[in-house]
Design a protein around this ligand. Sequence first.
Ligand code: GLY
Ligand code: MN
Length: 453
Amino acid sequence: MSIPDANDPIPAGPAAPAPVEVFRARRERLLELAGGAVVLLASNPELFRSRDTEVPYRQNTDFYYLTGVEEPEAFAVLTPHDAAHRFTLFMRPRDPDRERWNGPRIGVEAAMETYGADAVYPIGDVDERAAELIAPADRLLYALGADPALDTRVLEILSRARRARARSGAGPTTLVDLDSLLAEMRKIKDPHEIERMRCAAAIGAAGHRAAMARARPGIGEWELEAILEGTFRSHGAAGPAFASIVGSGENATFLHYTQNDSVVPEDALVLIDAGAEWGMYCSDITRTFPASGRFTAPQRELYELVLQAENAAIEAVRPGVGITAVHDAAVGMLVAGMVRLGILQDVSAEEAIESGSYRRFYMHQTSHWLGLDVHDVGLYRRNGTPITLEPGMVLTIEPGIYISRDSETVPAAYRGIGIRIEDDVLVTDYGREILTRGVPVDPDEVERLVGAG
Ligand code: GLY
Ligand code: MN
């Protein structure tokens, strides 16, 4: 069978750099919201494993969101009061020796055009120049607390800028948290982001289809992981968006099982929770399927229950609805099913919801925001009130049921079964769009796909 679906916008390679206007528009919006404050942003540090081996670099998501820069050792200053330096970058200079080992750098000279910066300086100049740039402003916006080494450096820049205050009468007196402002912006995806998320979703779906098509009893969980992640890479994804979960049999009852080192048993369900990162954006998909290609009767009962809960939650997604209504829809359906199937005994669904006793079998929330980060930024509640869904938000819908082997009060046929179904959903003007249905959820379609090649 052909794995990619011709209707999906499925990329054949890595994402091209986004146009500089995309990032400029975001910086202008942030400066508008910041009301005259200067903004200081820094790249993520490089990380090493196994002594001196580099971990594949991933840019700080806020830094990327506002600059498009994917290199380490970079700083950005946004200064609304200075037209010649509205967007200043500090970058690593070119270095032929280092580049011989680690590949080409953008360097200082090319960065102006590549990123649409007003000025670019070597990173070594940042302490002195950044202090000059921020000196005329009263307020400084910076994400304090993410990296202690960086915090120390920024506080040093701040104190340099203040030294001149006694004579100039200007200089930042207030440090404002950047996170909450940026989280508000990032919560609503712009058209460029939605396009990237569609691609990440299509690649994620292709990986799941490939793994399902090759699944059979006796295959290693690690082999399914390789098929999945090989498919992601073959479409130009940077790799998995998070450690892929491939759990068969009882392993599916552990929420974040990532060992992926068991052989898939006969008659077992396989739960795969994995997504691709493409062009910095993430997908996050879960499918649960029978390795043999046929659900047993109890597996199908539970699968259909989780699918009903997912459909109810997806139906609840529309602008103007509080995010907890989505979770409540899934819980309502799941708990009614748990009572009907005797998984919860001697209680009504209302009582089980009221007491929370169902949480033995469904212990996580139904949704999280999705975007540049898998668990993307953004509040779920403000001052105790659930956040209202708006067009442009992207969230996962991922109900599940997890019955551990030692659940003695549960009918024996259901013990040791874990099922989750997860899709990524965009809130639209009138309702929602499911981004990840390039991989089936209908149990009959799932059965046809498993083992098909
Ligand atoms: N897909 C992993 C998670 O949402 O936590
Ligand atoms: Mn998820």
